[in-house]
Design a protein around this ligand. Sequence first.
Ligand SMILES: Cc1cc2nc3c(=O)[nH]c(=O)nc-3n(C[C@H](O)[C@H](O)[C@H](O)COP(=O)(O)O)c2cc1C
Length: 220
Amino acid sequence: MDVYEAVTSRRAVRGFTDRQVPRETLERVLSAAAWSPSGSNIQPWHAYVLTGAPLAELKKRVRERLAVGDPWDEPEYEQYPPALKSPYHERQSAFGAQRYGALGISHDDLAARQRAASANWECFGAPAALFCYIDRDMGSPQWADVGMYLQTVMLLLRAEGLHSCPQMAWAKFHTNVAEVLSPPAELILFCGMSIGFEDVTVDYARTGRAPLDETVVFVD
Ligand SMILES: Cc1cc2nc3c(=O)[nH]c(=O)nc-3n(C[C@H](O)[C@H](O)[C@H](O)COP(=O)(O)O)c2cc1C
């Protein structure tokens, strides 16, 4: 698979089969992803890969909290600015309409949206998940480094015939993730990532992108 195909075939997959992901494949992907760039090569990512019983335990703990209506954990970072201005707000709304529209859920049906969103914490059925942490001391440039690392992981997963879904949703239950992973206290959970083989029977809407001239300026 060439790089263009890896980039264009990667998408946030929200339905996986229970086919296991071989440990060697994950090691190959994560070894290659370690070549991602970072400012001064400080490599600020801390990845934990969870499969099998520990992943099942994590899903169970969150499921139990959801069942009793426990509130989410106190956020350790802001996922979006408090008021998302134009054009970001419109893009976010369009994404929500597409995502829930594909599931036949209307804009006003909050309960159905919440039910659909709760599939995040089942990893959409995926048998493997990566949890990516960053040191609390790090600033925006290092968070950007972590983003590059995660995209590299996702593209390499495509090369292995695998799919993924990056998930900030896991930050809403960072205490449960920490119970299972016991990360050092100085780390913040940025996101999880479900990893597995796509369940091709699950409907989805392919997201679009802004036209090139909305996001790129060529200065000749
Ligand atoms: C940092 C990050 C966090 C995300 N968190 C979630 C999430 O919690 N749940 C989810 O279903 N999708 C999540 N996504 C997926 C985005 O919704 C998706 O990437 C975006 O809509 C573009 O669609 P595509 O990836 O399918 O091209 C996240 C993506 C990124 C990059």
